[in-house]
Design a protein around this ligand. Structure first.
Ligand SMILES: [Zn+2]
Length: 287
């Protein structure tokens, strides 16, 4: 018995690549008195009173533009290496903690077991997409989970869901192992390829973070693991039953072949020595 073509979650629902123009350094959110504000929510120019979320340098809001995407730039003209990424990461956490809602992506995986006669028994592990509302949410800093710190934690009843926000780095293998060992479900939201219209205002960005199912995938899901494990046992039972049935069919065929061979042997013996048939009282032609 061997497992073939077990498609991993990442293979099936890996981050969707969009061919979006790079918006590095076009910072859409600035910090003002500790609050993260979209560039359309502040006064134009230096009067915005915002600082860069990454380097704390003062920002200039460029929001009276028609042909370009509204954005912040550093007042010194500096090319801040991480301003954009830090702003997106902070803003996404902020959205989740504020809105307490999240669209969970659909999941589908085909489990297959090969039989000894090269057939494939299959079952589909399926989890439909849905929107959840958290009872409570925590940012990373207030509730560290052992050695693994998610960006945001959602609590729904007794259940916890960890949310990772990707702007540059995906969840790496070391982190995946920690997540698996921890046993809590983790969603990764990939914001590394945002299109300009997704940053045009706060509502558009909120929607992308909360509901765009194309930018997220399950890194780990307790429910999927449970379903997969249950279906795999069912599949193994089916395979066992199939193989028993197959073995019985083969045994019957062998017996049948043996009987046929004996018949042929007996008939050949009669043909070579016709006297043999006369010893049988019920043989044809003997009335
Ligand atoms: Zn900066």
């Amino acid at each position: 018995m061997k497992l073939i073509e077990a498609i991993t979650m990442e293979d099936r629902f890996g981050p969707t690549r969009r061919n979006a123009p790079q918006l590095k350094h076009k910072i859409p959110f600035g910090l003002k008195d500790g609050a993260l504000l979209h560039v359309l929510e502040v006064l134009n120019g230096k009067a915005c009173g915002c600082v860069c979320p990454a380097c704390s340098e003062s920002l200039i809001a460029v929001n009276n533009v028609r042909k370009r995407i509204p954005h912040f730039r550093h007042s010194s003209g500096a090319e801040c290496a991480s301003g954009y990424e830090t702003a997106i990461h902070m803003a996404a956490k902020d959205v989740l903690l504020r809105r307490l809602t999240l669209g969970l992506p659909e999941y589908s995986e085909l489990l297959q077991l090969a039989t000894s006669d090269n057939r494939h028994l299959q079952k589909n592990v399926y989890l439909p997409s849905k929107v959840i509302t958290a009872d409570r949410a925590y940012p990373e800093v207030s509730q560290a989970q052992g050695s693994f710190k998610p960006d945001v934690i959602f609590e729904v009843g007794d259940h916890q869901l960890f949310i990772e926000i990707r702007v540059t780095h995906a969840v790496d293998d070391e982190k995946k192992t920690k997540i698996r060992n921890h046993g809590v479900s983790v969603i990764e939201i990939d914001l590394s390829q945002l299109e300009p219209e997704m940053l045009q205002d706060r509502a558009a960005f909120d929607d992308v973070v909360c509901f765009d199912l194309l930018n997220r995938h399950w890194v780990f899901s307790q429910k999927i693991e449970q379903k997969r494990s249950k279906m795999m046992s069912q599949l193994r039972e089916e395979l066992e039953a199939y193989e028993e049935h197959l073995a019985e069919a083969i045994r019957l065929k062998v017996e049948e072949d043996k009987r046929a061979a004996n018949r042929l042997k007996a008939e050949a013996a009669i043909r070579s020595n016709p006297q043999l048939s006369k010893t049988k009282p019920q043989a044809a032609g003997q009335g």
